[in-house]
Every structure is written in C-alpha cells, then in structure tokens.
Design a protein around this ligand. Structure first.
Ligand code: SF4
Ligand code: SF4
Ligand code: FES
Length: 280
C-alpha cells in the first residue's frame, strides 16, 4: 500500500446514471469510506446500502450486473476510469493511484443501457448465433469416437475458447456502432427483442464472434459447417467491415489473439468467396 493510500479516509466515485432505456443520463457522486483491498463491485455494494450522494441528497440505488465475481462471466463489464474492464477484478487501490484519488464509472457505450451501469449485451449473443458458434449435433445416438484433434490444433484453439462475451473488444472497436431500438409503450419484451434483432441485421459482428467462428471452423467436427459460418462472415456486417485498427486485441482481458483470428477469418473468407464464384 502506498503512503497516500494509508492516509486516505474516503474517496469519491462518480457514476453516469440512467433511469431506463432511452432516458437522459446524468452524473452522481458518492463518497465511500476508504478500506484497503476493495474492488469496484464491493464499492457498488456499499453505494447500494447508502443510497445517498456525496452532497447528502437521497437517491435510488445504482444498478449494475455481475455473476461470477472472478472475471469469467463478463457480466460486470463497464468503463472504469475511461477504460473498459471488469468491475469484479478492478481494484480500488490501483484505480485511485491512476486517476487522482477518484473513480469514474460509466456503462459501456456500444450497448443499450438497461439501467445505470447495466447494459444489454444481447447483440453479442445474437452475433454468435449468426456465425453458428457451436459444434452441430445431428442426433444423440452413440456413433463412436469422433475425429481426433491434433495437439497443435488444440493449442491454437484453446485461447479462443476463453472468450467470455464481455464486450470489451466491441466497446473499443471504431467499426462497431451502437444499435438501439428503443422500447415502445405497450410493446412486449418479445416484440421489442424482435425489432432490436431486425435493427442489428447487416451491422458489424465485432471481433469476438469472428474469433468464435474461427474456433469452431478449425475444430474437426465443427468444421463440417464452416461454409455456413463463412457465409455469415462474408455477408453484410461481416469481416470486410473490420478496419484493422487492432483496438480489440489491446483491451481483451483474456488476451485472446483477436487480430490473428481476424487474419485467419479473412483468409478463409477469401477462399470461400473464390469457391462460391466457381461453384455458380
Ligand atoms: S474476445 Fe476478449 S474482449 Fe472480446 S468478448 Fe471475448 S473476452 Fe471479451
Ligand atoms: S481490428 Fe477490426 S474488430 Fe478489432 S478493433 Fe479494429 S476494426 Fe474492430
Ligand atoms: S462478475 Fe463475472 S466477470 Fe465480473
């Protein structure tokens, strides 16, 4: 612990709040008694019990999302001191050092806000459906062992399997633009989700789903439907939208080699495009 941390009695947390989807956002500041070894989630838990700003004004508890508390599920991702990351693994002592004794929390900007720091990452999961990021199963009869995976292939694919669909890579991507179909009065959740999905058609998939398409294309059984994945990767909003700025790879908390996946996807997509021209 540094000298300034031992002398600190309290610290301020500035939070960008929003009462609901499509509502105006606003800042509120909360004053937290200092304790060593806090993480951002424990700070948010303290704020929930206070429900009072630093100026003493009564307010509603701040909403956020979390699940695993060990950087595995991706649900707690938010923009902390200007950098997108997981709030369960963001340590207060380090944050106070890097940002002049204050912490600033904002929801990710590329997804619709549900409330306060909680966003709807559904677009990422729908993109995984678009690229069929799974090994297809025809039936459940025992057909014996499948084809063997080489050690080399396993080692190449394993890092890609660590993706937790957190959204950091798309938050940092200049080509990934927010799509929000604001919920209409009297619209059911299902109707709204259908309109949101329609609005996302033809929009950029983002680095994570591209990388997942490669994970399953390079799998000996998953590769059986590689053409279907490459069809998605070469359609509107596919790999051609990537501008190769490499922001994605620099923010991925799992250090997934996203630009290598994108390069592999580009090569596979080129071959697929040639093949479909000559198949016609
Ligand atoms: S690729 Fe990395 S940054 Fe992107 S969603 Fe997966 S874990 Fe998060
Ligand atoms: S390399 Fe492509 S996917 Fe990654 S941040 Fe740049 S444009 Fe987005
Ligand atoms: S709570 Fe799961 S990654 Fe933070």
């Amino acid at each position: 612990m540094t000298a300034s941390a031992t002398q600190r009695q309290s610290f301020d947390v500035r939070i960008l709040r929003q009462a609901g989807p499509g509502q105006q956002s606003y800042w509120e500041t909360f004053r937290i008694p200092y304790e060593p070894n806090l993480n951002v989630i424990s700070v948010l838990q303290k704020i929930a019990t206070m429900a009072r700003t630093a100026e003493g004004k009564e307010t509603t508890p701040v909403a956020w999302d979390c699940n695993c508390l060990e950087e595995v599920c991706g649900a707690c991702t938010m923009v902390i001191n200007g950098r997108v990351r997981q709030s369960c693994s963001a340590l207060v002592d380090r944050l106070l050092e890097e940002h002049d004794g204050e912490i600033e929390l904002q929801p990710m900007t590329k997804f619709p806000v549900v409330r306060d720091l909680m966003v709807d990452r559904g677009r990422m999961f729908r993109a995984l459906e678009r690229v069929k990021a799974w090994v297809p199963v025809d039936d459940y009869y025992d057909r014996g062992a499948g084809p063997k995976e080489s050690q080399e292939s396993q080692e190449q694919r394993y890092p890609l399997s660590e993706c937790m669909t957190c959204g950091c890579c798309v938050e940092a991507c200049p080509q990934y633009l927010k799509v929000e179909a604001t919920r209409r009065p009297n619209e059911s959740i299902e109707e709204h989700e259908a309109r949101q999905t329609e609005a996302e058609q033809g929009k950029f998939l983002g680095a994570a789903p591209i990388s997942q398409a490669i994970l399953f294309n390079d799998h000996t059984t998953g590769g059986m439907i590689s053409d279907q994945r490459l069809e998605a990767l070469t359609s509107a909003g596919g790999i051609q939208v990537c501008g190769n700025s490499q922001n994605c790879v620099s923010v991925c908390p799992k250090e997934i080699p996203l630009t290598t996946s994108i390069a592999r996807a580009g090569r596979q997509a080129t071959w697929y495009s040639f093949k479909t021209i000559f198949d016609r």
